[in-house]
Design a protein around this ligand. Structure first.
Ligand code: NAD
Length: 236
């Protein structure tokens, strides 16, 4: 990938986002992360932003533009879960997850597109999940928000594809993060039985797919859903 791009990763203070930011830095890019608390990896610029608030996103972009230049690569990674069976899921359980995971990505992509159109270059990567297309009991809100990202990326591809901008979705399966570490040994073994690879992925395995998608070798890939799930979601 052409080095020295300006990259923004939302939710880059921990987990997968932190690892994505680290990988871009390792490859020689200027990296900013948004965080509601804490900070991104060494070498990154941390800005405060809440993806449910368009004004805070605008302020974060303005700060990044002043420090690192216009954002050329944006990774919409910030996300939450609020799992509940359908019958017990409240309106708020549903809308808050959609507002963060899907509307949040929309707000970030919309703000990023301004400078990308001007530069006639942009790489947009949306972090979805295997359950976006596979479905998941107890995750109606999360799954709906994550499949919505596919429509978002594909519509952006049709709208902005001729302007040097690509938009793709990465759909991770089970990743070794704080979330999966909390599962009991039996639960972990149960999940692993259903994963053809027989193991969870490391955050770095997601990060290196994201940096590849943002790079020159993936310039002709747009509107794609790239699974990083050890085969769990095959065919979906
Ligand atoms: P995590 O909870 O460790 O990190 C999520 C990040 O999003 C945090 O930095 C958090 O502060 C940020 N965030 C949440 N709400 C926000 C808001 N309103 N505004 C700004 N930032 C906000 O989770 P993770 O496991 O690293 O997941 C990262 C992404 O990958 C998420 O979109 C998640 O849905 C997706 N994902 C994770 C897994 C997994 O196994 N961990 C699997 C598939 C997909």
């Amino acid at each position: 990938m052409t080095t020295g791009r300006t990259v923004l990763v939302t939710g880059g203070n921990r987990g997968i986002g932190f690892s994505i930011a680290e990988e871009f830095i390792r490859q020689g890019h200027r990296v900013a992360v948004t965080a509601r608390s804490g900070a991104g990896p060494d070498g990154s610029l941390t800005v405060r932003a809440d993806v449910t608030d368009a004004a805070s996103i605008d302020a974060a972009f303005t700060e990044i533009e002043a420090a690192l230049g216009p954002v050329e690569v944006v990774v919409a990674n910030a996300g939450i879960t609020r799992d509940m069976l359908l019958m017990r899921m409240s309106d708020d359980d549903f809308t808050s997850v959609v507002d963060t995971n899907l509307s949040g990505a929309f707000r970030v992509v919309k703000r990023a597109s301004k400078a990308m159109l001007k530069a006639r270059f942009g790489r947009i990567v949306l972090i979805s999940s295997v359950v976006g297309l596979y479905g998941s009991a107890g995750q109606v809100n999360y799954s709906a928000s994550k499949s919505g990202l596919v429509g978002l990326a594909r519509s952006v591809t049709r709208e902005l594809g001729a302007r040097g901008i690509t938009a793709n979705v990465v759909a991770p399966g089970f990743i070794e993060t704080d979330m999966t570490a909390k599962l009991s040994e039996t639960q972990q073994a149960d999940y692993k039985r259903n994963i053809p690879a027989g193991r969870f992925a490391t955050p770095g395995e997601v990060a290196r797919v994201v940096t590849w998608l943002a790079g020159d070798d993936a310039a002709y890939i747009s509107g794609a859903v790239i699974p990083v799930d050890g085969g769990l979601g095959m065919g979906h």
